[in-house]
Design a protein around this ligand. Structure first.
Ligand code: PMP
Length: 367
């Protein structure tokens, strides 16, 4: 470790929570209730599955290094030019690449206390300084959400990047159009603002606004999206970034040549063609999110408001015991100690059956 560059020496490897492979072996896949990784229980469009099967003919070929067909489909979907799109091996890769390309030793990167874990990783891997801004208090309407005024105030002459997830993981919280534009108006043009919108398709609050809708007005904004959540394609690892062409072009210089594989390119293009499946998946998620939130609240638990496919829940002093007891029953949630929220668990919204099994297990271990 002493040989690693300074930015890497203090890092811990990404913690995926439990060893799911071992747990699947122990319980059998059908008996395990996996609600720890914010995956989509409804899976991808059948057209995406078929596209993967069709792509197997060409496994001996390198994929299209430009991902031209998928970019064209994304450009159509979002009403942007293909030169504004960068594809990544998950949006995780793009968040890391942003740090690598735009920040370095002596620079600062600003993000919120409970911002997505990769923001800290990307900053440290780049050798830049983290500027972590206090979040809104627990008692706020958006508990532990982003304090956008404080984030803007923390931006200084050495700031190169600001990372903001909307909606945010792990809190599930979000902010609306007025807050978004007021925030972006305050930031100096030399700072690149990364709006991580991994859960945007699932946000249905009337006040939620994607930064894609205001991208024309802000040359310094980069939006990241993913096929891992609403599209149900986490296993294929595809994310994308939308920004102005100059920003995309400079990131292309450091991108790995074949970072998105052939089956993944084909599946995502097909998934974009099945808007009905996406809408259906999001509607079912919203319905289950409301039902699960209500059921947890009925049990006297504090549930954070969410516009995602998970809810953050306060379990208090009993959190670790409950979590361990749930795993022993084959119910996997995500512990939040790594985020400094050790009295909370993050629960992915499953389908009706998974949520029922979660609640039954919870009742048994809390009894
Ligand atoms: N951003 C946020 C806020 C996330 O929660 C996640 C996944 N947990 C990602 C980005 C990365 O997702 P992926 O690499 O699968 O696109």
């Amino acid at each position: 470790a002493a040989r690693a560059q300074a930015g890497v020496q203090g890092l811990k490897a990404y913690d995926p929570g439990h060893d799911l492979v071992a747990l699947r072996r122990r319980f059998g896949e059908a008996n395990l209730v996996e609600l720890g990784s914010n995956e989509n229980p409804y899976g991808p469009s059948p057209a995406a599955r078929q596209a993967v099967l069709d792509s197997l003919q060409a496994l001996h070929r390198y994929p299209d290094p430009l991902g031209a067909d998928l970019k064209r489909a994304l450009a159509r979907t979002h009403g942007v030019d293909t030169s504004q799109i960068l594809l990544g091996n998950g949006s995780h890769e793009l968040l890391m690449l942003l740090g690598q390309v735009f920040a370095g030793p002596g620079d600062e990167v600003v993000f919120s206390r409970y911002g997505f874990a990769v923001f800290a990783l990307a900053t440290q891997a780049a050798g830049a300084q983290m500027r972590i801004v206090e979040a809104l208090p627990r008692e706020a309407a958006m508990p532990c959400g982003h304090d956008l005024d404080a984030i803007a105030a923390a931006v200084g002459p050495r700031t190169k990047l600001v990372y903001v997830a909307n909606p945010n993981n792990p809190t599930g919280t979000w902010f609306g159009r007025e807050a978004l534009t007021a925030f972006l108006d305050k930031l100096p043009p030399h700072v690149i603002v990364v709006m991580d919108e991994a859960y945007a398709e699932m946000a249905d609050a009337p006040d939620y606004e994607s930064a894609l809708n205001v991208l024309q007005r802000y040359a310094n904004v980069a939006v990241t999206r993913t096929f891992s959540k609403a599209y149900g394609l986490a296993g294929l690892r595809v994310g994308y970034l939308i920004a102005r062409p100059g920003l995309v072009a400079v990131m292309e210089r450091l991108r790995e040549s074949f970072n998105v594989n052939g089956p993944a390119l084909a599946a995502c293009e097909a998934a974009l063609g099945d808007g009905e499946h996406l809408a259906d998946s999001c509607a079912r998620n919203a319905e289950q999110r409301a039902a699960l939130s209500a059921a947890l609240a009925e049990r006297g638990l504090r549930v954070f408001p969410s516009q995602t496919n998970f809810v953050l829940v306060e379990f208090g002093a009993d959190t670790a015991r409950i979590e361990t007891a749930l795993v022993a029953r084959g119910v996997v949630l995500r512990p939040m100690g790594g985020y400094g929220l050790g009295d909370c668990l993050r629960i992915t919204v499953g389908d009706a059956d998974e949520n029922r099994r979660l609640l039954a297990a919870l009742d048994a271990v809390r009894a």
